[in-house]
Write a new protein. Structure first.
Length: 241
């Protein structure tokens, strides 16, 4: 039997924290709550969580800064950002800093539940099924992808990736030399019914290029296929030879 998902909510609105703790708890989840970034970080240091629900606007260190710092420290917990409705800047910044998903305020608790459940399912599915890449490491340039361990190494040193970034790289590598459209990449990384946009995929591709390309402005491994989407080329020097 699967263990109850463990969720950490970081939001300075006491009423919202109480509501979400009660509602998600009634849905069979174990929920902890924090009023600010410092309290959330202390809980993350002591306990394991399946999803972090992180508000962008908090007193002291804001959610965007905490998200960026957690990713820089190698924290891989999936992060759902709560953003201001109608403000695409927060959403784009959150994705650029390593968030896996976002939900604009105000929202229905049921909508947040659906997002969290999808993130938990995808994490557990990927953890249980390493897929065809799980047998052997995939080498490209200075990098080694260990799919079963959900790790990316550069010169044998770990590279910090968010869940969505890893899922996107994994999807591209599994389909090496095969162009994939943005809709297909959304389906492979977030699920068929997710409402992610083409822009969110472009942002994640941009982040991956910064991590793995010698020159992100002239990418060799993750190339744009105009009118289609993107293609992963593991050995650019051999392509077309």
């Amino acid at each position: 039997m699967n263990e109850a998902p463990r969720i950490l909510i970081a939001d300075d609105e006491a009423e919202l924290r109480s509501l979400l703790q009660r509602y998600l708890g009634e849905q069979g989840m174990q929920v902890r709550a924090a009023a600010d970034a410092a309290a959330a970080e202390k809980l993350l240091a002591r306990e394991r969580f399946d999803v972090l629900v992180l508000d962008v606007m908090m007193p002291g260190e804001d959610g965007l800064s905490l998200c960026r710092r957690l990713r820089a420290q190698g924290e891989t917990v999936p992060i759902l950002m709560l953003t201001a409705r109608g403000d695409p800047v927060d959403r784009i910044l959150g994705l650029e800093m390593g968030a896996d998903d976002y939900l604009p305020k105000p929202f229905l608790p049921r909508e947040l539940l659906a997002r969290v459940q999808a993130m938990v399912r995808r994490q557990r599915l990927l953890g249980a099924h390493g897929g065809p890449l799980g047998e052997e490491p995939v080498l490209f340039g200075r990098f080694k992808l260990l799919a079963a361990q959900r790790r990316l190494l550069r010169d044998e040193e770990d590279v910090a990736l968010s869940t969505v970034e890893f899922n996107l790289l994994h999807a591209l590598v599994m389909n090496a030399n095969r162009p994939l459209g943005r809709d297909r990449l959304i389906e492979l990384t977030r699920g068929r019914d997710h409402e992610a946009t083409d822009r969110s995929i472009d942002v994640q591709v941009m982040r991956l290029r910064r991590l793995i390309e010698a020159d992100p402005a002239s990418p060799r491994h993750i190339q744009t296929v105009w009118g289609v989407g993107y293609v992963f080329v593991p050995h650019p020097d051999k392509a077309g030879s």
